[in-house]
Design a protein around this ligand. Sequence first.
Ligand code: PXL
Length: 356
Amino acid sequence: MTNRNNSPHTPHARGRAPSPVVLTIAGSDSCAGAGLQADLKTCAALGVYACTAVTAITAQNTLGVEHSWPVTAEQLRAQLDAVDVDIELAAIKVGMLGNEQLVLELVDWLEQRRAAGRSCPVIVDPVLVSSSGSRLLSEAGQQVLIKQLLPLATLVTPNLPELAALLKVSVAQTNDQLHDQAEALLRLGPQAVLVKGGHAPDTQDETSRNLSVDWLLSQRLDPATGKTFEAFERFASERINSQNNHGTGCTLAAAIAACLALQIPLGDAVAEAKKFLSGALFHADQLKIGGLGAARSETPGGAEVQNHGPLNHFYRQWPSDAEATEEPVADINEEPSADFNEKPSAGSDSEPSADF
Ligand code: PXL
């Protein structure tokens, strides 16, 4: 049996006692590629239990968001409190917030938890606009996120356009500009900033050609001197060009939250999460979800509308077709064979390496 992931950080290797729980606060995506549904699948795939607080119901498919209805602040608060009075949270992941009232409610709740000495890592994915161009946070909500939510974040995970939008500057074209913008965001109060370079032009950096490069800027404590210093770390993985890329941002942030819930240190958590995302993207085309609408609708110019299907979050758990045909037929009247209790192989040698 091949073991795909030999990391000492995988949950199964850790023999942990109580189940760590992630709370995801996000919008519901009816086609289950992004939002709450992506977060739930990501945490489940990584062996971490996830609870949810829904911020908005969206009606969408692999072609884009058709409608979005935010919940009320009262409805959000009731969900947060119901979970929080009963379930110990190991990490909180924040995605789509929709409007100002919901950001304010979340800020108030997080501050109350913190005042009660019950804080845990908070990962904020600043969801502003969907990839199909629909606005997922109002302008007023964006201002509250910047001023009040970012200072409560352990980590904020913008892509290059989101980073520029939060700072009201133009999108970084060079690594120096990216570094300066990450520093400017860090000064707004989060403990760390992960800039996702998936949108970077290939010309940005010769050494990053055909790679997806993310940068983590964080304050670190030097145990020798007791002083803090700023660390700027590069995380590169093979650039995977799949059209089935809906929900990549949600998936990365949720995977980081799951790893932090497992008490993996931040830098290792980012590396693990990026490796998981690469695998889920690499295997995404095995899932054939959506496309009926794209076949029916053409743009006025005659060009086909592109649909963006979900990632394959369970690529480690779901066997490929070839493996599935090898499944043994168990006869309950017979003695179980020696390997009866073996779990299906989680292994595949085809997962792209995260190390370059
Ligand atoms: O990928 C950002 C995102 C987050 N949350 C919800 C979404 C989307 C993009 O469509 O629908 C609910």
